[in-house]
Write a protein that binds this ligand. Sequence first.
Ligand code: NAP
Length: 330
Amino acid sequence: MKAIVWTAYGPPDVLKLQDMPKPTPKDNEILIKIHATTVTAGDCEMRRLDFPYWVRLPMRIFVGFWKPQRIKIPGLYLAGEVEETGSAVSRFQKGDQLFGLAGLRMGTYAEYVCVPEKGALATKPANMTFGEAAPVALGGLEALHFLRKANLQPGEKVLINGAAGSIGTYGIQLAHYFGAHVTAVDSTDKLDTLRATGADKVIDYTQADFTQLGDTYDVIFDVIGKSSFSRSVRILNPHGRYLIANPSGLIQRMRGEWVSARSSKSVIFEMTSHRAADLDFLRTLIEAGDLKTVMGRQFPLAQMADAHRHVESGQKVGNVIITVDHPNQR
Ligand SMILES: NC(=O)c1ccc[n+]([C@@H]2O[C@H](COP(=O)([O-])OP(=O)(O)OC[C@H]3O[C@@H](n4cnc5c(N)ncnc54)[C@H](OP(=O)(O)O)[C@@H]3O)[C@@H](O)[C@H]2O)c1
């Protein structure tokens, strides 16, 4: 099969299109024929090994100390169909159309991947293409996880910082679904997308600092971890929640613990759990017309390095989709 092989830590060109053996499912696994995947900001951080120092060492131990030798094919998110099932698999059958995540060994930058049947996989929404469905397991699950942690209530005011990306565009729609008033912050060219996605109010971070505008919020969801910690906490209403999807370091975490312990406000840092039940919940919203994927640029698998360059250029809006053709089978 064709796959993108991660040959070193570094720039996008370390991602090479190569022929790799088609995987064979173990007894408890399914072989998925991938039709689409996505490239995320997190994929680029991982490719570069661009993490805070306290994450970098465990990542090197997990992925490979000098080069990524334990994960050959990156990519976590997928939409595709079951091609083959292991002998002990009962949850899925050949031909099922699924969306979700690969396992810890990843591998969705490829034509095929094997995933344990108990993994975070669910039936693809009937009203979505494979391309639309693939990024839901990233931005949809992340946004759902954080907004649930915040226990967002109808009528509350939420601000989403870095709102035009994958997590933010699903976050705007989910916050609306939970009945909140949504303020979305991003750069100038992306404000129309924020409005079209359902933001009640938009702020251009290149023109204004949302912490200095005199507004207060019940929830601040900082997707990219670039807001000022102390000023954001200050503009939270009593019992307000500050959600940080990308914490910058241990000091920030300690300050968060201090705020949560000493006031009615709370600071929430989280790694998202990936659960099939949450994908099922998102599918019901999608099929009811309450949640859509904001489609950015699309690239074929062979142009993965270009897709990474595009994500790193800052021009990405919504989700970057990688389409995976299977030319030999047509
Ligand atoms: N906690 C977890 O479990 C978890 C899981 C996955 C990902 N993450 C984190 O989530 C982040 C990626 O989210 P994503 O994929 O939704 O990101 P994304 O698609 O790259 O979107 C981020 C948006 O933030 C905007 N932005 C940049 N600087 C900004 C600033 N100073 N103020 C406001 N907006 C700004 C960017 O626009 P411009 O470029 O035009 O400025 C872009 O539109 C990554 O940092 C990743 O580490 C966390």
